[in-house]
Design a protein around this ligand. Structure first.
Ligand code: SF4
Ligand code: SF4
Length: 178
């Protein structure tokens, strides 16, 4: 006897069965390990909200890649098909343009404050930072303006344009009526 719940109707169900076959566990392919880093999540990982199909860019070659279906996690066919349609639309949007545009909200280094410690380079999830001649440099094409580097730098030597620490503080003050 199998007891369960029909999740569509919310009703308890009871089935007298001669044999019960359980779905086997799914594991990500070994290729998923080569995808975006810094996560204990074994499947491929998407960028944070609102980019549900855009791959988190752990390396330069991942930028512009989109994920769909069971590459991301176990999921059913309708969800996989919907996600695949979204991924294809995103890819067409890029491929159909003569020029690509990028948000100007990217990191900027205040060179005279930077000691070249490399902490920001290590944490950037988009591999947009590199050390050159003892200072950090920003690859503005790769930078997604996430602000992780800003939160990491102990010297406030790297800030996101138009979203500097002072500007954020002012916004918080304004919200709090200060
Ligand atoms: S963490 Fe700050 S000081 Fe260190 S390399 Fe990055 S910007 Fe420079
Ligand atoms: S804001 Fe900083 S951490 Fe985020 S992508 Fe740009 S360089 Fe990397």
């Amino acid at each position: 006897m199998v007891w369960g719940v029909d999740t569509l109707t919310g009703k308890d169900i009871e089935i007298a069965a001669d044999m019960v076959v359980l779905a086997q566990a799914m594991r990500p392919s070994t290729g998923a390990q080569d995808w975006p880093r810094s996560s204990s999540w074994p499947w491929t990982r998407t960028a944070s909200w609102p980019k549900p199909i855009q791959a988190a860019a752990g390396r330069e070659r991942d930028v512009g890649m989109f994920l769909a279906g069971a590459a991301q996690a176990p999921k059913d066919i309708p969800e996989a098909v919907a996600q695949a349609s979204g991924a294809a639309s995103k890819a067409v949007t890029i491929l159909s343009q003569d020029r690509l545009f990028h948000s100007p909200t990217v990191a900027k280094v205040i060179s005279n404050l930077c000691t070249g410690c490399g902490m920001c380079v290590a944490v950037c999830p988009y591999d947009a930072l590199a050390l050159k001649d003892g200072k950090v440099t920003v690859n503005e094409v790769l930078c997604e303006g996430c602000g992780t580097c800003t939160a990491t730098c102990l010297r406030s030597a790297i800030q996101v344009k138009n979203l500097t620490q002072n500007q954020v503080a002012e916004m918080i003050n304004a919200c709090l009526g200060g």
